[in-house]
Ligand binder design. Structure first.
Ligand code: SF4
Length: 381
């Protein structure tokens, strides 16, 4: 049966909120938070560290910090606390994105065993398994992902133990990679161009003859599809392939997006059919899946990316994040002077629902609404 992806209308009279059918917390994030808090509860007196942000949400991470948990690294892998300060009795939580084999090894050498405190999402592990399967069939692994993102670094680390691997950030990089496949670019410039994005001793002449694509679980579905299609066409052109023998050079696998990314993106695509005035996306500013929801909304509506209701300063001003320029900017008169005002709302996989509720309550406070929020919420219980 086809899923109903139409948004839910919360009709407050002069304000109409269209809430995406799927939004917010995913299984992997809930699981990670649960393990983290259980670890704190069960281990009084022991030092507990997080390898890096548990998830890309400032409120959740602040909550963990307030319980005495400390971060070992920032999101980009820079050390905040040296591994040298760790003792065998310390607990180190592995975040939902997973981690690299190198870091796991370092922790094990100190005497810290991470198995019990590993919150790596099973959907991320699924990508690692897929990479292993592709590698066993002697394909080089192309990872579509953000090169500095924890999850992509972890996937790259796992993939590259099995097979030559290279990360492509976007279509532009995929096009450059294709030039090494076709021979348009000399192999000698590969290392520099894909610096920090390819496995050791990668030989573009030999290692790009047979490829398979996997991706970071939170990329934009259409981007990954376009990149895989483009690389497939490149292989078809280079080796004169037909349907029957395409797998000699291209592993025809489906994308490795997780269910939450798929559901949240599909729900936004459906929600965009609504005739609305603007869209608000709630989530952490460094959250990959949230930024893709913003990207989708921006194609059709003025879109405001905020991390909590405090960013809605007044009915006349909103402070929102521009993820292209990576800065927070104020916009005045963001609410149109008309009735009803129609607003689309969604949130990323690492965003607690309470934040979305806070945003709705703040918006409602600007209008002479006739129906109480509780009354509407009651309808959905
Ligand atoms: S976004 Fe997907 S892969 Fe990431 S933690 Fe959530 S369910 Fe897992």
């Amino acid at each position: 049966m086809e899923k109903d992806l139409s948004p839910t209308l919360l009709d407050f009279g002069p304000l109409q909120i269209y809430l995406a059918r799927h939004f917010g917390f995913c299984y992997g994030v809930e699981n990670a938070i649960e393990i983290a808090f259980k670890t704190i509860e069960e281990n009084p007196g022991r030092r507990i560290f997080l390898l890096s942000e548990m998830i890309h949400n400032p409120q959740v991470n602040a909550d963990l910090l307030s319980h005495g948990v400390k971060f070992l690294q920032d999101t980009y892998g820079n050390h905040l606390i040296s591994f040298g300060e760790l003792k065998p009795d310390d607990i180190v939580l592995i975040p939902a994105f997973g981690t690299t084999l190198e870091i796991e090894k370092k922790l094990n050498e100190i005497g810290i065993h991470t198995e019990k405190y590993n919150t790596t999402c099973p959907f991320v592990e699924k990508v690692w398994n897929r990479s292993e399967v592709i590698a066993k069939e002697n394909y080089t692994i192309i990872i579509h992902g953000k090169p500095k993102h924890e999850e992509t670094r972890a996937t790259f680390s796992h993939a590259s133990t099995h097979s030559p691997s290279v990360i492509v950030r976007d279509m532009q990089q995929a096009k450059e990679l294709a030039k090494y496949i076709t021979g348009e670019k000399p192999a000698s410039s590969f290392s520099e161009e894909f610096k920090d994005q390819h496995s050791k001793n990668f030989d573009p002449e030999k290692d790009l003859q047979r490829i398979g694509v996997v991706n970071q679980t939170t990329m934009l579905a259409s981007d990954t599809q376009a990149i895989a299609d483009f690389l497939k066409q490149t292989m078809i052109g280079k080796y004169d392939l037909i349907d029957k023998n395409i797998e000699e050079h291209f592993a025809d696998t489906r994308d490795t997006l997780c269910y939450a990314t798929n559901d949240n993106q599909s729900a936004v695509i459906k929600m965009l059919e609504t005739k609305a005035d603007l869209a608000i996306v709630v989530g952490g500013y460094n959250s990959s899946n949230t930024s893709h929801l913003v990207e989708l909304c921006e194609e059709k509506f003025p879109t405001y990316f905020i991390n909590d209701e405090e960013k809605i300063i007044s009915s006349n001003e909103i402070l929102h994040y521009n993820f292209h320029s990576k800065e927070e900017l104020p916009t005045r008169a963001f609410l149109p002077s008309k009735e009803p005002v129609k607003i689309l709302i969604t949130s990323g996989a690492s965003c607690p629902d309470a934040l979305v509720e806070g945003v709705i309550r703040k918006l409602v406070s600007f209008f002479p609404v006739t129906r109480k929020t509780e009354e509407l919420i009651e309808n959905f219980k």
